[in-house]
Design a protein around this ligand. Structure first.
Ligand SMILES: *[C@@H]1O[C@H](CO)[C@@H](O)[C@H](O)[C@H]1NC(C)=O
Ligand SMILES: *[C@@H]1O[C@H](CO)[C@@H](O)[C@H](O)[C@H]1NC(C)=O
Ligand SMILES: *[C@@H]1O[C@H](CO)[C@@H](O)[C@H](O)[C@H]1NC(C)=O
Ligand SMILES: *[C@@H]1O[C@H](CO)[C@@H](O)[C@H](O)[C@H]1NC(C)=O
Ligand SMILES: *[C@@H]1O[C@H](CO)[C@@H](O)[C@H](O)[C@H]1NC(C)=O
Ligand SMILES: *[C@@H]1O[C@H](CO)[C@@H](O)[C@H](O)[C@H]1NC(C)=O
Ligand SMILES: *[C@@H]1O[C@H](CO)[C@@H](O)[C@H](O)[C@H]1NC(C)=O
Ligand SMILES: *[C@@H]1O[C@H](CO)[C@@H](O)[C@H](O)[C@H]1NC(C)=O
Ligand SMILES: *[C@@H]1O[C@H](CO)[C@@H](O)[C@H](O)[C@H]1NC(C)=O
Ligand SMILES: *[C@@H]1O[C@H](CO)[C@@H](O)[C@H](O)[C@H]1NC(C)=O
Length: 492
């Protein structure tokens, strides 16, 4: 019986190999390199748990094959476990340790030559386990692979184990021996599966603009998108680094439309993105402030706009970042103009462009600040048919009345500027006028009015109002009842 079994084991074990053809005398060509019954009561759970640092844990199962009544199935204990390992791992001084159910084994595991194996056959042996049919089931054995003092040794299962024929590195063959070594059921154990690659959290920071109550919708433009993106990317990346969140796709500007700036990238995982969950609202508020807080308050070109900043992960059923902040901008109340007239943008079909430009003045000592005008659809009201662009008045500093050297004006269609003198309103009105203009819609659309101011005077001192380097102006119709007002600032 023993011989028959042995023969079948040898045949099984050498299937596909030719070693059996010329075995070294008295030896066993295949693991477990000895004469023993491969059918028994014990096995190792096929899944290995890797605890890191070269520690691998195996779970013992008592699993008696159906109808098996042999000694190995019904009585044998479990004294030692041997693994089939590479010869190269048999390095002097290597320290292996093992635990059984958390307690160190009585003696350390050892790497040794299989005494009855062919040349080079090597095993790792964990012995004196003291397990039996009543206490073996569920026992956990952990093997820690170490090195010698020189740092040499096999510290991973890939390095250590000789996998069964056809199996990939990391798969190990183990034999579970009884005290009398008559029983040696074997198990094949698989390396722990690599952790599933974490799904990245694609995330966008969107700055969007919704003109809810503005006849002159503001549009983002490439330089502004870039400016916002540079700042957002810097702050967001810095916040991620501070939180220890790994970014796998760097955040950059991905969309720059009239009403949407998207800055997108990806976190390595949901968990990484969640490291920023506590600050996402703050970041959204910061980014909103970047757009709406330029003057400590909404810039005038965002009057009538709702600005929304969202930080949103592309979270199919997962939890990526999700924060949103918004602000509705409305016009600040100012004490200009001094007369009573309809200052609502859109009251008449004219508007000033949001930014002024600067150019050399008419004199060597002057600088021109130029304001451009366009036509827009009117909103319903008493001024809707006020189509004559009669004059423009600016909120100016009377104390500097001598520092404006006139206006250079250019209606649409003119090739040259015309110079007209600046006239001031009544004392205390703080109002300087470019008049008369008497432009039609065609002339006003694309027209330009430049204030020619002594270069020694800062625009911020000349123009009054709450915005740094901003000028208020009103466009009058001949009746003086219609005067849509605009605050013009320098381009951000
Ligand atoms: C691995 O070993 C190092 C050094 O001994 C130790 O600091 C670290 O905590 C260990 N890691 C694990 C997962 O056990
Ligand atoms: C176990 O033995 C029973 C009765 O002899 C038989 O019917 C059954 O097929 C056997 N099972 C196996 C798996 O050999
Ligand atoms: C198994 O071992 C334990 C502890 O050595 C012992 O108490 C128990 O009687 C043994 N059981 C069998 C079935 O041998
Ligand atoms: C955000 O970025 C801007 C420009 O990179 C920087 O000036 C500012 O201090 C940053 N804000 C925070 C809160 O980090
Ligand atoms: C921004 O990132 C996207 C996606 O990674 C990439 O395709 C694109 O080239 C990047 N753009 C810039 C300006 O870096
Ligand atoms: C942000 O903008 C991108 C386009 O760049 C769009 O695909 C995405 O749906 C937007 N996210 C939100 C929350 O609006
Ligand atoms: C501006 O003045 C109007 C009328 O006096 C008032 O209703 C409105 O609330 C004021 N707006 C602000 C922002 O102060
Ligand atoms: C403006 O002109 C249209 C068309 O002539 C007219 O129907 C409308 O009543 C006018 N509006 C005002 C406020 O006079
Ligand atoms: C515009 O100015 C140029 C140069 O000063 C002059 O030659 C030209 O005649 C002017 N054109 C008009 C239409 O005034
Ligand atoms: C304004 O222009 C119109 C047409 O161009 C002209 O008929 C009218 O007399 C002008 N008015 C003044 C006050 O110059």
């Amino acid at each position: 019986m023993r011989v028959a079994t042995l023969l079948s084991v040898a045949l099984l074990a050498t299937f596909g190999q030719v070693l059996w053809a010329a075995p070294p005398t008295g030896q066993f060509a295949s693991f477990p390199y000895c004469e023993c019954d491969p059918i028994g009561a014990y096995k190792l759970n096929e899944h290995i748990i890797s605890k890191g640092n070269g520690t691998y844990c195996f779970t013992v199962k008592v699993d008696v094959p159906a109808n098996c009544t042999s000694y190995c199935c019904t009585q044998a204990d479990l004294r030692k476990i041997e693994f089939n390992v590479n010869q190269k791992c048999d390095i002097p001084g290597v320290v292996l340790t093992a635990t059984l159910n958390g307690a160190a084994t009585a003696i350390n595991p050892n790497v040794e030559i299989a005494p009855q194996g062919p040349t080079g056959a090597t095993i790792v042996k964990i012995t004196q386990l003291g397990l039996n049919l009543s206490n073996a089931d569920g026992a956990e054995i952990c093997l820690t692979l170490g090195t010698n003092r020189g740092g040499k040794g096999c510290t991973t299962l890939e390095d250590l184990c000789v996998p069964p024929a056809g199996a990939p590195p990391g798969v190990c063959s183990a034999a579970l021996f009884s005290s009398n070594t008559d029983c040696c059921p074997s198990s094949v154990v698989n390396p722990p599966p690599p952790p599933p690659p974490p799904a990245p959290c694609f995330t966008c920071i969107n700055i969007s603009l919704n003109a809810v109550n503005s006849p002159v919708p503001f549009s983002f433009y490439p330089a502004l998108c870039k400016q916002y993106a540079d700042s957002v990317v810097a702050n967001f990346t810095q916040a991620a680094a501070a939180a220890g969140a790994i970014i796998t796709v760097p955040f950059n500007l991905t969309t720059c439309n009239d009403d949407l700036v998207s800055i997108c990238g990806a976190f390595a995982s949901e968990a990484d993105s969640q490291l920023l969950a506590g600050v996402a609202e703050d970041l959204a508020a910061q980014f909103l402030d970047l757009v709406t807080g330029r003057f400590g308050t909404c810039p005038p070109y965002l009057d009538g706009h709702n600005v929304i900043v969202s930080i949103t992960g592309d979270a199919d059923s997962r939890t990526c970042l999700d924060a949103i902040k918004s602000l509705s901008c409305s016009r600040a109340n100012v004490s200009f103009p001094k007369c009573i007239c309809d200052t609502k943008p859109g009251a008449t079909p004219y508007a000033a462009l949001p930014f002024y430009t600067t150019q050399p003045g008419r004199l060597k000592t002057t600088t021109q600040y130029c304001f451009k005008f366009t036509s827009i659809p009117t909103v319903d009201g008493a001024c809707e048919n006020a189509t004559i662009f009669s004059k423009v008045e600016f909120w100016g500093n009377e104390a500097l009345r001598r520092n404006i050297r006139g206006f250079a004006i250019k209606p649409n269609g003119a090739t040259n500027y015309t110079i007209i003198s600046a006239s001031w309103g009544a004392k205390g009105d703080e109002t300087v006028k470019a008049t008369p203009l008497n432009w039609s819609i065609d002339q006003a659309t694309g027209s330009e009015i430049c204030m020619d101011i002594d270069t020694s005077i800062a625009l911020d001192d000349f123009c009054l109002g709450p915005f740094t380097n901003g000028c208020y102006l009103t466009i009058f119709d001949p009746t003086r009842k219609c005067c849509p007002m605009f605050a013009i600032v320098d381009r951000p």
